[in-house]
Design a protein around this ligand. Structure first.
Ligand SMILES: *Cc1c(COP(=O)(O)O)cnc(C)c1O
Length: 471
């Protein structure tokens, strides 16, 4: 290290010196002291490293000014103080986006979480009898009423529901499942892996594209404990393909005394063909077809909080409930509060379509989307005239969440192009705004799908787009 570098290093202020600066003292009034101190350390460390390695010379031959240091400190302190998990605007048009938190909750669900979080609750207390009660009681009757099942159990998520079902009914025994249904959902949920961890022995039957009832019949033996059917949520085998309907499996189950469990994946509590979409399996239909247990997610098409819902025969549900693993995957009180509120909306289908955000987004008319797109375009043009080229174009939205993978829903997109900034640059800048906004890129323009942007986010989104457009 040369003497000039040593001199520069000695001239850098100390942490304590910076803390005495009037503007930093002001900062400590507004931000937590730990964040400011950590930010100062980070900035000084960075400058020390740059000076020592001679990197600063290209930027400036000397030390940064006090004001520049303080501005850096402020930026870092603000970032440290910001929550890591934050709300963002989803303009991707993917309605159930697993990376973006899946389903936004209905307003009543949010209210119920806040209420239950704020104080004590009758989570496990029966107020009528004055004795200990079950947390499941708050939602079991709703799940039974909405699916026609005798009993129900809510757990942490659908993966846990499948794990619990296999472990309870088939530990050390064989689970018969079609080769065409050995699905992977996302990167960490694969039926064969869950099977192994749950203690079940996988007995694959049939082929990838075709499985017949006789394949199941031939595989059933003394070691068999359960017949499992899994909805191929996120893919379709087309062409020369067939799987055995759950009703036929149910008859076979009855004949052989084996329980039939169906993982319907997303699970829809309403018939989506009403809004022009293909049908997703409905738990109520599975139950009617004779499945002994049906499992599905709370935060996919149902549009509620993350949860795994198990409905079916009382005897089996009771068995699952008594498994010690049930405690390990039990549902928490906030989820329960939001789940109850969401399920109550489904007691009246009209209210579900009006208030469950996922259903609203999927059912949104092209006319409504056109109106929102127009509003978004006009606001962006008003705020960033000159910088951006904004148009409304045809496009498609996706259901997402591993549901209806082949379905693309017509939508109208607001396409934004800048003469100075590439689409990836605009997209990257929008990810770093507050709140962040997630958009898609298409033909070197960013496209915003109003379907997944909530009404009260339109103005904010227009502002964010205008703010990143400055070259
Ligand atoms: C999504 C899905 C799961 C996992 O559900 P989570 O609620 O995300 O745990 C399991 N099985 C199928 C068929 C699915 O589609």
């Amino acid at each position: 290290m040369d003497s000039r570098t040593r001199l520069l290093l000695r001239q850098l202020p100390s942490v304590d010196e910076l803390l005495q600066e009037p503007s930093i003292r002001e900062m400590v009034q507004a931000l937590p002291r730990w964040a400011v101190v950590e930010a100062i350390r980070e900035v000084l460390e960075r400058w020390r490293r740059m000076l020592a390695t001679g990197q600063s010379e290209s930027a400036s031959a000397d030390l940064p000014s006090r004001d520049a240091l303080i501005a850096e400190v402020k930026q870092i302190a603000l970032r440290l103080n910001r929550p890591a998990l934050r709300r963002l605007i989803n303009a991707t048009g993917v309605v159930i986006h697993t990376n973006l938190g899946r389903a936004p909750l209905a307003e009543v669900g949010i209210e119920r979480i806040v209420e239950v979080a704020r104080g004590y609750s009758n989570l496990e207390y029966d107020l009528e009898q004055g004795e200990r009660g079950s947390r499941q009681g708050h939602v079991e009757w709703l799940l039974c009423r909405l699916t026609g099942a005798e009993a129900a159990l809510a757990v942490n998520n659908n993966a846990a529901a499948v794990l619990l079902a296999i472990n309870t009914l088939a530990e050390g025994k064989e689970v018969v499942v079609s080769r065409g249904e050995l699905v992977e959902i996302g990167d960490s949920f694969r039926i064969p892996d869950i099977m192994r961890r749950a203690g079940g022995i996988l007995r694959e039957v049939g082929t990838t594209n075709r499985t017949y009832l006789r394949d199941y019949e031939e595989a059933i033996g003394a070691a068999s404990a359960m017949l499992l059917k899994v909805h191929t949520s996120n893919f379709r085998i087309q062409g020369f393909a067939s799987q055995v309907p759950v009703a036929e499996l149910a008859s076979l189950g009855e004949k052989t005394g084996l329980p039939v469990v169906e993982d319907v994946g997303s699970g829809a509590l309403v018939d989506l063909s009403q809004i022009g979409l293909s049908k997703e399996p409905m738990p109520s239909e599975s139950i009617r077809a004779g499945a002994d247990l049906v499992t599905f997610s709370g935060d996919k098409l149902l549009g509620g909080p993350q949860a795994g819902l198990i409905v079916g025969k009382r005897l089996l549900v009771e068995k699952l409930r008594r498994n010690p693993l049930a405690r390990a995957v039990r549902i928490d009180k906030f989820t329960l509060a939001a789940l109850e509120a969401t399920l109550r909306l489904y007691l009246d289908e009209g209210r579900a379509f009006a208030h469950v955000p996922v259903l609203r987004a999927l059912a949104m008319s092209l006319q409504e989307i056109e109106r929102r797109a127009g509003r978004l375009r006009d606001r962006i043009v008003a705020l960033a005239s000159g910088h951006l080229e904004v148009s409304v174009i045809d496009g498609t939205s996706e259901v997402g969440g591993g549901a209806l993978p082949l379905e693309s829903i017509s939508t109208r997109l607001v396409a934004v192009r800048s003469a100075h900034l590439s689409a990836p640059v605009l997209e990257g800048r929008l990810r770093r705004t507050d709140p962040p906004a997630m958009v898609r890129i298409k033909d070197d323009q960013i496209v915003l799908d109003p379907r997944t942007v909530l009404e009260d986010e339109l103005e904010t989104l227009a502002n964010l787009v205008a703010s990143v457009a400055v070259p």
